[in-house]
Write a protein that binds this ligand. Structure first.
Ligand SMILES: *[C@@H]1O[C@H](CO)[C@@H](O)[C@H](O)[C@H]1NC(C)=O
Ligand SMILES: *[C@@H]1O[C@H](CO)[C@@H](O)[C@H](O)[C@H]1NC(C)=O
Ligand SMILES: *[C@@H]1O[C@H](CO)[C@@H](O)[C@H](O)[C@H]1NC(C)=O
Ligand SMILES: *[C@@H]1O[C@H](CO)[C@@H](O)[C@H](O)[C@H]1NC(C)=O
Ligand SMILES: *[C@@H]1O[C@H](CO)[C@@H](O)[C@H](O)[C@H]1NC(C)=O
Ligand SMILES: *[C@@H]1O[C@H](CO)[C@@H](O)[C@H](O)[C@H]1NC(C)=O
Length: 879
């Protein structure tokens, strides 16, 4: 297009050069395209003229082959009728620019104004030379220019943070008419609060992008751009909003036409408001805060704090952690601990590190702290946004509130988890218990010790006293409860530390008595000055319960009579069968006991013979000297025991039973009685009853004087035994003095072979015993003193030779008691030294009278024997 304009211009230029000899009137070459309803002016000037400097101009228009007068600078009434009104209404006028140039102006051009306009200058020249009029065509074209905002949902937000991108679109178009091609320009403008519109960026009619004067720098760095989408869409893009970008954005579209072949003429323009933008400063959105879990730390621990930086909109952030011993006033007075620059490079040291742990969090760690690390910690963050020159700009900076961190020496803290990895459910099984120390803090310097405790639970479920099993002292020496010594020596119980902070207690075999609750007490010791250890903490674990139900052991003992002893001299045989329940491996010990017929219950029972667990036989109270072999107890099988009594005697009559104990051996070889029980009794009773007999103790003179001989006779009266039967007697005398607390004591005895045995006290005191008849035994106390006053009785055990050749014992009988009185004779009183005198002699006489002579004789205690009968007996004794 430009090329064709140039070609057209060449002959015109040549023409002008040839006509420079006289007056020259000029109008634009035209044709002039103007948009309807816009103001239009057509310039006209004159040069190289003579005469007055102020020239006049007449304007004509070609209509229907002739010229119509439009307006003149000289004549007010110049206009033809058609233009009179328009001129009068001010729609058309001539504007004088200077002496030699004017403009024909249309207030708002109409389509009917289109036409060829001629500018004439009336001659003022001396001779008419040059050209005096010149014409130009005016073409009125329709208005097709449009400009509109483009609404887009993503663009509705009017609040933008500093540094963030922003874009907006506008639609602008015009349509080229058939006669001329017009061009469109689009300009983005910003109207700030209280200011005029400012060009940001224009897309010119000749397809160039031109930044506004204050945007050249940003345009050059690509921060401000215009996007041409086609279809009339013009996009404004700002990559990094600045605070001064707030305001009202509008889009100005203009229509242009090229005149004279190269000059751009703006025909008209239209403006649309697109959007109002509010740019939030980052300083307003940026938030910096510091937080930390534990702010009171033990020496040697680690400081762990987090700096949270928000409201940065993903811009580069620079973060630093600061420390100050006093409450900080500014970063100058503080020490920068660690810093992360915009490139995320951190100047970590061995002990102080900074890590970005999330998009907004920066963690500070300070290791192995000591008291000097106590103080205030805070972080500071700066946000940098991209700047026009490709550099970054510090848009905002803030610091957090300080956190106060205290470093001290803290007591160790921990919890204990007690558990069992092996738990027996019957005796003999192994046990494994563990105490694990968890959540251990402040214990780097501490030493842990353990103590194990046990609280037994009985079979009835009742808990006993808790007692230690083993305790570790601060020297890590284990002190064992002596109860466990044996098992520990055998290696049956062990204490180990399988892992750091875990203590283990094992028992190879659990026994019933091990049932109960187990605890451990874990202590933490801290080293003091001078290498001593101090217990700083002591925690008791929860109990681990070890229990299994045990059936109560049971034992039944059944006695059966194998051989019955119906008559004296025969053999009695009894079998005791034992069966134990809920006793692992029972061993039995057996005792055979006998109750005499008169005695009920086991209270006064006599243990005859026993068999130990190891089958050792012992005679117990089988004291019959002559018959050691008459009792036998033997083990027939593991559960059967036989008892034999040979040559049963009358005195053997009674009920016999077995007393059995079941024993178990634990894993240490210790014996314990599991259970014991008695059998049913088996009676030994002869069909013939023992021969009855009476024993009588008699004295002709139960009252003697001191120094006299006291005599008494023990007489046996065998009633039911033929007088041909061989009889032997065992006779014993008993005496009980008259003292207040005198005890019954044996005096003297005569055995079957007539061997006399004196009781020690009385052997030398003038006592003699003799058999005075077949059934009579006499006791004599020679020269009796008052010590012999008291009660006497005798006990007789007859031995009878029946059919057999053996002597059989008959249960003994006792006589009634005989009271004996020893008096002091009057004669004796006279023998007393004279010193006593008559008074004392008299006194003794009266006393003797009172206690003996003057009173009626007191009948003997017990059964009273008629006088006649007594005489007869005495006769028997002496005969
Ligand atoms: C006279 O008018 C022509 C055509 O409009 C123009 O090119 C020229 O510059 C004008 N001269 C002066 C002195 O105004
Ligand atoms: C075990 O620890 C506790 C503290 O938890 C303490 O009171 C107690 O004396 C310690 N010893 C025993 C036998 O419980
Ligand atoms: C002892 O024996 C009796 C009678 O047989 C029985 O009832 C009782 O249960 C036994 N005792 C034990 C502990 O077995
Ligand atoms: C022996 O005692 C019985 C009963 O106890 C009696 O009946 C009998 O008369 C007594 N005989 C003599 C000789 O005392
Ligand atoms: C035994 O008693 C009978 C009468 O009961 C008598 O005849 C006989 O002589 C007595 N024998 C002796 C040895 O005493
Ligand atoms: C009585 O018994 C007490 C103590 O048992 C003893 O001291 C005292 O001598 C006894 N009296 C006589 C008279 O034996």
């Amino acid at each position: 297009m430009r090329l064709s304009a140039t070609i057209l211009l060449l002959p015109a230029a040549a023409l002008l050069c040839g006509l420079t000899l006289g007056r020259v009137v000029k109008v634009p070459t035209g044709p002039l395209y103007r948009v309807v309803k816009t103001p239009v002016s057509i310039p006209c000037n004159v040069s190289d003229y003579q005469g007055p400097s102020e020239q006049n101009f007449d304007w004509f228009v070609y209509r229907n082959g002739g010229l119509l007068k439009v307006i003149s600078t000289l004549e007010p009434e110049f206009s033809d009728a058609e233009y009179k009104d328009k001129v009068a209404a001010g729609d058309i006028w001539v504007e004088r620019l200077d002496d030699s140039s004017v403009e024909l102006r249309f207030k708002s051009v109409k389509f009917e104004d289109e036409g060829k306009y001629q500018c004439q200058t009336p001659s003022t020249d001396a001779n008419s030379n040059g050209n005096y009029e010149v014409s130009v065509s005016l073409k009125v074209i329709p208005d097709k220019l449009a400009v509109l905002p483009v609404k887009s949902s993503s663009l509705t937000n009017t609040n933008h943070t500093e540094g963030t991108p922003m874009e907006m679109q506008c639609f602008a178009s015009t349509s080229t008419s058939s006669t001329v091609s017009t061009h469109l320009s689009v300009t983005w403008q910003l109207t700030k609060n209280g200011g005029g519109p400012e060009d940001i960026l224009s897309f010119s009619a000749d397809d160039q992008l031109l930044p506004g004067s204050s945007y050249t720098n940003r345009y050059r760095h690509g921060d401000v751009r215009m996007g041409l989408e086609g279809n009339g869409i013009f996009r404004l893009v700002i990559d990094h909003l600045q605070l001064e970008d707030s305001g009202v954005y509008s889009c100005v579209a203009a229509e242009w036409v090229k005149e004279d072949g190269f000059n751009w003429k703006k025909l008209h323009e239209k403006k649309a408001t697109i959007k109002t933008i509010e740019v939030q400063p980052l300083a307003q959105t940026l938030k910096v805060s510091a937080s930390g879990g534990i702010l009171t730390l033990n020496k040697g621990d680690e400081i762990d704090l987090v700096c949270s930086v928000t409201g940065t909109d993903d811009f580069s952030v620079e973060v630093g952690w600061y420390f100050s011993t006093s409450l900080p006033t500014d970063t100058q007075s503080s020490k920068l601990l660690v810093h992360m620059n915009l490139a995320a490079i951190v100047n970590n040291s061995d002990f102080v590190t900074l890590n970005r742990i999330s998009s907004s969090e920066y963690r500070l760690k300070v290791q192995q702290v000591d008291e000097a690390d106590s103080g205030y910690y805070y972080c500071a963050a700066s946000v940098w946004v991209p700047h026009t020159n490709g550099l970054k700009r510090n848009a905002a900076a803030k610091t957090s509130d300080p956190l106060h961190v205290t470093v001290t020496l803290l007591d160790p803290t921990y919890t204990i988890h007690s558990s069992s990895s092996k738990m027996p459910d019957s005796s003999g099984e192994p046990v494994e218990l563990e105490c694990e120390v968890l959540d251990l803090y402040n214990a780097d310097e501490a030493k842990l010790t353990v103590a194990w405790y046990f609280k037994p639970t009985g079979s009835d479920g009742v808990a006993g006293e808790s007692r230690p099993i083993a305790e570790m002292d601060q020297d890590w020496t284990l002190k064992l409860n002596p109860d466990y010594n044996e098992r520990a020596q055998k290696g049956e119980i062990t204490f180990t530390k399988p892992r750091p902070h875990t203590f283990k207690f094992q028992m190879q075999y659990a026994s019933v008595s091990d049932r109960g609750e187990y605890f451990c007490n874990i202590s933490a010791w801290i080293k003091q000055r001078g290498n001593t250890w101090m217990k700083k903490q002591e925690i008791l674990s929860s109990a681990v319960v070890m229990f299994w139900k045990t059936e109560d052991p049971g034992l039944s003992v059944m006695a059966t009579e194998e051989k019955r002893a119906a008559v004296m001299g025969t053999t009695f045989e009894m079998m005791c069968s034992v069966s134990a329940e809920h006793v692992a491996v029972p061993y039995y010990s057996v005792v055979v006991a006998m109750n005499e017929p008169a005695i009920i219950g086991t209270q006064g029972s006599k243990r005859l013979i026993s068999l130990t667990r190891e089958s050792v036989v012992n005679l117990e109270q089988w004291d019959t000297k002559d018959r050691p072999e008459d009792v036998v107890l033997e083990k027939v099988s593991h559960q059967e025991f036989r008892f034999r009594l040979y040559r049963a005697q009358f005195s053997d009559q009674g009920s016999y039973y077995c007393l059995v104990q079941a024993w178990v051996q634990d894993h240490n070889g210790r014996w314990a009685e599991a259970v014991s029980n008695d059998s049913n009794p088996i009676a030994v009773a002869f069909t013939t009853t023992a021969p009855r007999f009476n024993v009588t103790l008699e004295s002709e003179r139960p009252h003697v004087h001191q120094g006299e001989t006291l005599e008494m006779c023990c007489i046996v009266d065998l009633l039911e035994i033929p007088n041909t039967t061989d009889v032997l007697y065992e006779v014993e005398w008993y005496f009980q003095g008259i003292h207040f607390n005198a005890t019954l004591s044996p005096l003297v005895s005569v055995d079957r072979g007539s061997v006399v045995t004196y009781q020690e006290d009385f052997a030398t005191r003038g006592i003699s015993v003799e058999r005075v008849s077949r059934h009579g035994f006499r006791l004599r106390v020679h020269c009796a003193d008052r010590g012999f006053a008291g009660d006497y009785f005798c006990k007789v055990t007859p031995w009878i030779k029946y059919q057999t050749e053996k002597w059989d014992q008959i249960p003994p009988e006792e006589s009634a008691h005989l009271s004996v009185r020893i008096d002091i004779s009057v004669l004796d009183s006279f023998k007393m030294p004279l010193l006593y005198g008559v008074v004392s002699a008299l006194l003794v006489g009266i006393l003797a009278c009172t206690i003996g002579y003057c009173a009626f004789p007191k009948p003997p205690r017990g059964r009273s024997v008629p006088l006649d009968e007594r005489r007869g007996l005495l006769h028997k004794c002496l005969s």
